[in-house]
Design a protein around this ligand. Structure first.
Ligand code: TYD
Length: 134
């Protein structure tokens, strides 16, 4: 499984840093939704789902966390620790986010609005869904 991690351009100067993200230029899809996760408690693990069609970019804009990616055949662990790093997650990938630092803010850019019917929240169902695609 190929992990696609973007290193966004930082517009730094003596005042500090700035990152700008434009749909189709920096982000490979139209950004239809933005959400963020914060105040996560210790030992919390979130996610536990895949999407049938949604694409996302995850950016830990403050603090750090880990993301487990699973395509049904292979698993990869990605560290998100920099506010200028973005992890691309395509559809059909099971994800779990964990080891959040106390100050972590995980920003997510998504290619569509929230549709519960796009979620696969059962791991066995995910494996069956992947198998039916191949
Ligand atoms: P959930 O899917 O459990 O989050 P995670 O993937 O991080 O484990 O979402 C938590 C709650 O927020 C759940 O009730 C659904 C709701 N929600 C929205 O209303 N809109 C959204 O865009 C998202 C991502 C979640």
């Amino acid at each position: 499984m190929q992990v696609i991690k973007y290193s966004f351009q930082q517009h730094g100067d003596t005042r500090g840093q700035l990152v700008s993200l434009e749909e189709f230029n920096d982000i490979p899809f139209r950004i239809k939704r933005v959400y963020y996760v914060y105040d996560t408690l210790p030992n919390v693990r979130r996610g536990f789902h895949a999407h049938k069609s949604l694409e996302q970019i995850m950016i830990c804009i403050h603090g750090k966390c880990k993301v487990l990616l699973d395509n049904g055949l292979e698993k990869k662990i990605v560290y998100l620790e920099k506010p200028y790093e973005g992890l691309y997650i395509s559809n059909n990938i099971w994800r779990e986010m964990y080891d959040f630092s106390e100050d972590a803010v995980l920003l997510v850019l998504a290619s569509d609005l929230y549709h519960e019917e796009d979620y696969i929240r059962d791991y066995d169902e995910f494996l069956k869904f992947i198998a039916s695609k191949n």
